[in-house]
Design a protein around this ligand. Structure first.
Ligand code: SF4
Length: 84
């Protein structure tokens, strides 16, 4: 699996912000950005990435430059939980 990236097809609709269980999506200088340190691809919370599920523009795609294994995503989830 690969972490996710929001493409230029984003229409700034805001639909992805609230469903993210890790508060990983923010708006920086008008662009929607997924914080790779916080995104677990929803591992630990949901079966599928919630931002992808709700995006009406289908603009949240895998990022082949940021591959993480299910084990790495699970470890990140547990680290985030212990830090909360
Ligand atoms: Fe947030 Fe899940 Fe999308 Fe990652 S995949 S940005 S954790 S909603």
């Amino acid at each position: 699996m690969a972490l996710l990236v929001i493409t230029d097809d984003c229409t700034d609709c805001d639909a992805c912000i609230e469903p993210c269980p890790n508060d990983a999506i923010s708006i920086i200088e008008g662009l929607y950005i997924i914080n790779k340190d916080l995104c677990t691809e929803c591992v630990g919370h949901h079966e599928d990435p919630q931002c992808v599920e709700v995006c009406p523009s289908d603009c949240i795609l895998p990022d082949p430059d940021n591959e993480e294994t299910p084990e790495e995503l699970q470890a990140k989830y547990e680290s985030l939980q212990s830090a909360a």
